[in-house]
Structure formats: structure tokens, C-alpha cells
Design a protein around this ligand. Structure first.
Ligand SMILES: *Cc1c(COP(=O)(O)O)cnc(C)c1O
Length: 428
């Protein structure tokens, strides 16, 4: 087999796959250059089709908290696969994963498994609307909740704007019930509830935002949300597709001391396989068919292979209790990155919590989408390119989270810092 370059592979990919990719950010448009093609991965490393090795800080966008190809996860998957890969009938394994989730996330009494985070969000929103008989949903600007039609609404300039779709193919009628508010803005919340309170089915929020880059919530912001949702009988949905089992064993809501009514999970709970989950109070969850009148279904929901990978991942996380060490290592890495960039006289800020972080260039503080988009994306592109060519793979956009895994060793982190040392901004 002759080796094909990334350029050749991308040219061929574009012939058969729209844009050459199966998810848009993979095309590297936000950072420039041709995308790379991965052949295999192990631990903290990715290996590409041209024979390069990278320290990976993307972690498949979040799931790979134990690193790639972890042996316990692989053997669980192989054992289950040998007994068949899909039955379309309920299995014992599904109960086991559901039980683990319910025991780990206090506000979740029952959980339905689906095949992606997007589906988990679709399910939560339909459930909230079905249970309340209301239509409107509050979403925060810069939060991402999958490619659900009525969640694909762009940031407006006012404090409160009625959503207009940010994708073609989404009817205005679908998004007219989506109200947009700035993240972390306590004052905007009561205004929205005063105006629309008895029409608001749900408020959906990433309790730690990861999709405008990492943005940490002010505790008072989420508390206010909880109070207002309770008062107005609106459903509070925490989208923990990234944060679930990433910042603690369970949801980030545990540390915050705030219970959501519905919680969306994905990513880590599938251990690198397609999965999602929507869970919450029994009274809400029992509104789902077949018990209730809110319809939801899926041919591959609770797929045994995905579920087995999820169970193996959660069991390892429970056993290893890696969270404190991951947070310490990540904080240390961020501190060292900061020292180096300061040494180069490069203005920046780093938002970090647990094992997730984002380095924003050219801004001093990022607390919401408005401050995130002021960052210098051209500089990020240059930085990304330097890191990539020196063997460090970062998320290919300024507005994404970097993740550490338990597989990243001190040597990997030291190597990463060396690569930053060698960054010649003059060339940027
Ligand atoms: C990734 C993500 C989703 C969508 O999950 P998919 O599995 O890609 O459909 C939803 N919400 C958040 C917060 C995410 O990070």
C-alpha cells in the first residue's frame, strides 16, 4: 500500500463526502491549512496517515477522558461484540448503565439512552414542552446543544432577541420560540421571565460552557436560573454532554449544589462510541412513551457495544478517582503556558476548570460569547499550526475546549511546553 498524503486524502474525501468531512470543524476552516487524517490512537497520542505522532488535547471532543484505546474498555467491547452487536430488544447492560447514571447524578431518577448528544437534547426539549404544555425555550448565546433545529440560533446583539436560524433549512417558525440570552448575565434572566414567564417551557444551559471555548459560570447565575425556573414552573435542563463525568463522577451540578430537572449526557458515557442520554425526575421522565405521551424512539438506542464501552469507562473512573489529579495537572499546564506566553509578551487569557481549558489570544477576560469572539482567531490559527507541525494536536478552532486525559503523562505536558517555547511569533 502506498502512503497517501493528507492532501491526496482530502482531495479524495471531498469527491465523496461533502466538504470532505462528516462534521464541519474537522475541515480546519477555522485555523487554515488542510485537515489531517488519523490512522490510529493510543493513550494520549494520535498517529496520522503521513506517519506523524501528536499529543492529543482534543480527545475526540471530550469522550476520551481515559485516553485512546484503553485496554479495559476495548476488552469490554470485544466481549460484548462477540455475543452480537444489536438486538433491538432491551438488554441487562442497559439497566446497568442507567443504574450507574442514576446513582451518580443526584437529580436523575430515570434515564433514557439515545445515540448522540444531539438526540439527548431533542428528547429533553420535547419532554419539557410536552410536560409543561408551553413552547418557548431560553438558550444562552454561545452555548451549543447539538444540531437540533430550534437550537441553531445565532447570537443577537440585544439583551434579549428572538431567535433567527443560523443555518439554512431551519424554518423561522421552528426557532421563533427560542429566546436568546447572554451567558452569565444574571440581570437578563428576570427580565425574560417577567416578559414570557408563563410561556417558558425550559431553560437549557451548559452549566460549564465548553462550546464558545471554556467559560466558567458565576455561581449566582446558575442559582438564579434554578430559582426562576422553580418559580415559573419551567424545566431547567443542564446540558452536561461535555461536563458529565468530566469534572466529577456524575454531573457538574453535584459540585454546584444545584439540581437540574433534566440532564443531557453523551460523550464520556459512551467511552468513544456513539451515545447520549436524557435523564431527570421520575415525574418528568415518565412523560416519555410508552408510559407517557411524549414520543421518542431509536433503532440503536442502548446499543450493547456502546453501552459496554460506557460502563467500562464509568467503572474505571469510579475506581481511579482521577478528577483531583487531572485538575491539578491541567491547572499546572495552564499556569506554565501562561508564563511562556507572558514571556513572549503575548496578551491572552486561559479559562480552566478541572481537565478542560481554553487559551484565548488577545483578550484579558472571557465570561460570555461577546467577550469570547473578541479573541484573536488569526493568532490562534498560527498557534494551532505551530503546535500541529511540532506534534501537538489542539482543537482546530479557538472556540473549543482542550481536554486532558488520565493518559497524559508529565513528559507529555513538558513536551507540550517545550513546543510552546519554540513558537516564533514573528513567523505568526
Ligand atoms: C457535543 C455536544 C452536544 C452534541 O452531542 P453530539 O453527540 O455531537 O450530537 C450537545 N451539547 C453539548 C454541550 C456538546 O458539547
Amino acid at each position: 500500500m502506498t502512503m497517501q498524503t493528507h492532501k491526496q486524502l482530502f482531495a479524495k474525501a471531498k469527491r465523496y463526502i461533502p466538504g470532505g468531512v462528516n462534521s464541519p470543524v474537522r475541515a480546519f476552516q477555522a485555523v487554515g491549512g488542510d485537515p489531517i487524517f488519523i490512522e490510529k490512537a493510543k493513550g494520549p497520542y494520535l498517529y496520522d496517515a503521513e506517519g506523524h505522532k501528536y499529543i492529543d488535547y482534543c480527545g475526540s471532543w471530550g469522550p476520551m477522558i481515559l485516553g485512546h484505546a484503553r485496554k479495559e474498555v476495548l476488552s469490554a467491547v470485544k466481549a460484548v461484540m462477540g455475543r452480537g452487536t444489536s438486538f433491538g430488544v432491551t438488554t441487562r447492560l442497559e439497566i446497568e448503565l442507567a443504574e450507574r447514571i442514576v446513582k451518580a447524578v443526584k437529580s436523575v431518577e430515570k434515564v433514557r439512552l439515545v445515540s448522540s448528544g444531539t438526540e439527548a437534547v431533542m428528547t429533553a426539549l420535547r419532554l419539557a414542552r410536552g410536560a409543561t404544555g408551553r413552547d418557548k425555550v431560553i438558550k444562552f448565546i454561545g452555548c451549543y446543544h447539538g444540531h437540533v433545529d430550534h437550537m441553531l440560533v445565532q447570537a443577537g446583539s440585544g439583551a434579549l432577541t428572538l431567535g433567527t436560524p443560523s443555518s439554512l433549512g431551519v424554518p423561522r417558525d421552528f426557532t421563533k420560540h427560542t429566546l436568546l440570552l447572554p451567558y452569565n448575565d444574571k440581570a437578563a434572566l428576570p427580565r425574560a421571565f417577567a416578559k414570557y414567564g408563563d410561556q417558558i417551557a425550559a431553560v437549557i444551559v451548559e452549566p460549564v460552557a465548553g462550546n464558545m471555548g471554556v467559560v466558567v459560570p458565576e455561581p449566582a447565575f446558575l442559582k438564579k436560573l434554578r430559582i426562576l425556573c422553580t418559580k415559573n414552573k419551567s424545566v431547567l435542563i443542564f446540558d452536561e454532554v461535555i461536563t458529565g463525568f468530566r469534572l466529577a463522577y456524575g454531573g457538574v451540578q453535584k459540585g454546584l449544589g444545584i439540581d437540574a430537572d433534566l440532564t443531557c449526557l453523551g460523550k464520556i458515557i459512551g467511552g468513544g462510541f456513539p451515545i447520549g442520554a436524557c435523564g431527570g425526575t421520575a415525574s418528568l421522565m415518565d412523560c416519555l412513551a410508552p408510559q407517557g405521551k411524549v414520543y421518542q424512539a431509536g433503532t440503536l438506542s442502548g446499543n450493547p457495544v456502546c453501552v459496554a464501552a460506557g460502563i467500562a469507562t464509568l467503572d474505571l473512573l469510579k475506581e481511579l478517582k482521577p478528577y483531583r489529579e487531572l485538575a491539578r495537572n491541567t491547572a499546572e499546564l495552564c499556569r506554565e503556558i501562561g508564563v511562556r506566553l507572558n514571556g513572549k509578551g503575548m496578551s491572552h487569557t486561559i479559562n480552566q476548570i478541572g481537565s478542560m481549558f481554553t487559551l484565548f489570544f488577545g483578550v484579558e477576560k472571557v465570561t460570555d460569547f461577546g467577550s469570547a469572539i473578541k479573541s484573536n482567531t488569526a493568532r490562534y490559527g498560527a498557534y494551532f499550526g505551530h503546535m500541529l507541525h511540532s506534534g501537538v494536536y489542539l482543537p482546530p478552532s479557538q472556540f473549543e475546549a482542550n481536554f486532558l486525559s488520565t493518559a497524559h503523562s508529565e513528559r507529555d505536558l513538558a513536551r507540550t511546553l517545550k513546543v510552546i517555547d519554540a513558537w516564533d511569533m514573528g513567523a505568526a
